[in-house]
Design a protein around this ligand. Structure first.
Ligand SMILES: Cc1cc2nc3c(=O)[nH]c(=O)nc-3n(C[C@H](O)[C@H](O)[C@H](O)COP(=O)(O)OP(=O)(O)OC[C@H]3O[C@@H](n4cnc5c(N)ncnc54)[C@H](O)[C@@H]3O)c2cc1C
Length: 343
């Protein structure tokens, strides 16, 4: 069996890496000039909700494996580093944003706690304007999504995967309804299975198969800031902005509604330290209706779909399960609720 994976974002890179680990011949085809050319480069990359919360559809069945899979990847792949910082989110999802009280904890999943202002300030000593209460999730974490994606591609290559960047005009080639490979401007890549891991690009790729995928693109803005190392220690996520340190002295900041200037001004008045804006970009997140869509796309399995929101969080687990399904032919029950069409 040979597999072509279309898309070298974090999801496609993870699928290719896990296939290569199983000695499956795999080619990763990417239209960008290198890894993480799509929305992965603009991700806040919070490994979030690790102790529960909103996990749409079949993502809920993958949640329990996420932290263990990230630990495993850290051991296996040089260059994969997880920052285990925990997260602080507010307002707390019930009651007024008043002094925290452990009596609320019975409404939270295990592993999440309400904490008050003093405890928030212990965790974030340079936070000048902490809320009265926040939900603390110590198990939450984050990564540098570009570094991780590049590391996965390197590791896949080291295990024999082939990688083609700058692949223009990628189309699925078919013969009597069966997908036989991927055509690009540079040539044809034959495959027994083509994995569509192209983020928002999956709808266009799948269209010639006569399949309308329920995947929309949802824009979100990400700013990069230079700041004193350790200015922000955890994932700090309030109504005005979400911020985390992605690498020493480099922050990622995302905000839901305000313009960049307002969001940065709010951050500057909230945290005690100088920061400088390095850049701001809008990324378009693939959002499959009802949760991740992972599994055979055609009845013969020659096309296979892998698309998810929060795919940074899910990538190690999805990559492992997809590679296992393709290599063994055994359906992974954890993916039952991720199939297309939904049953
Ligand atoms: C501001 C922001 C914050 C976010 N925060 C988080 C977060 O905290 N946690 C989290 O888990 N997720 C978060 N996300 C979402 C997360 O970034 C995405 O779910 C994830 O990056 C999707 O990865 P992907 O590999 O599926 O897609 P992509 O990274 O888009 O990769 C798809 C690749 O396919 C390529 N491609 C597309 N079409 C073709 C084609 N026809 N031929 C060849 N190549 C093609 C693209 O160039 C691209 O490189 C956030 C996103 C944004 C924008």
């Amino acid at each position: 069996m040979t597999v072509v994976v279309v898309g070298a974002g974090i999801l496609g890179a993870s699928v290719a890496y896990h296939l290569a680990c199983r000695d499956v011949p795999v080619t990763l085809v990417e239209r960008g000039p290198g890894p993480a050319a799509g929305v992965t480069a603009d991700s806040f990359a919070w490994i979030g909700g690790t102790a529960g919360g909103e996990w749409p559809g079949g993502a809920g069945d993958l949640r329990h494996a996420v932290l263990a899979d990230w630990r495993r990847l850290e051991r296996e792949v040089p260059g994969v580093a997880v920052r285990r910082t925990g997260s602080l989110t507010w307002p707390v999802p019930y009651g007024p944003d008043g002094p925290a009280d452990r009596r609320f904890d019975n409404r939270l999943p295990e592993g999440r706690h309400t904490i008050g202002r003093a405890a928030i300030q212990t965790l974030e000593p340079r936070f000048r304007t902490p809320p009265g209460a926040a939900v603390h999730t110590p198990s939450d974490a984050g990564v540098d999504p570009v570094a991780v994606t590049a590391a996965l591609v390197r590791a896949a290559r080291a295990r024999g995967a082939r990688v083609g960047y700058g692949a223009a005009d990628t189309v699925l080639r078919t013969d009597n309804g069966r997908v036989t490979g991927v055509g690009t401007a540079a040539g044809f890549h034959p495959a027994s299975v083509v994995v569509l891991a192209a983020g928002t690009g999956v709808t266009e790729l799948a269209a010639p198969l006569g399949v309308g995928l329920p995947v929309t693109g949802s824009p979100a803005r990400l700013l990069r800031l230079a700041a004193p190392p350790g200015l922000v220690r955890s994932v700090v996520a309030g109504p005005d902005f979400e911020v985390r340190e992605v690498s020493e002295g480099r922050l990622l900041l995302t905000h839901p509604t305000a313009d960049d200037e307002t969001a940065v001004a709010r951050f500057r008045s909230a945290f005690d330290g100088e920061c400088r804006v390095l850049g701001s970009r809008v990324g378009v997140r693939p959002v499959p209706e009802g949760g991740p869509l992972i599994g055979p796309l055609t009845p013969d399995g020659s096309a296979y779909l892998a698309v998810a929101h929060s795919a940074v969080t899910l990538a190690p687990t999805v990559g492992r399960l997809v590679a296992a399904e393709l290599a063994t032919g055994q359906a992974a029950p954890e993916l039952n609720r991720c199939r297309f069409p939904r049953t």
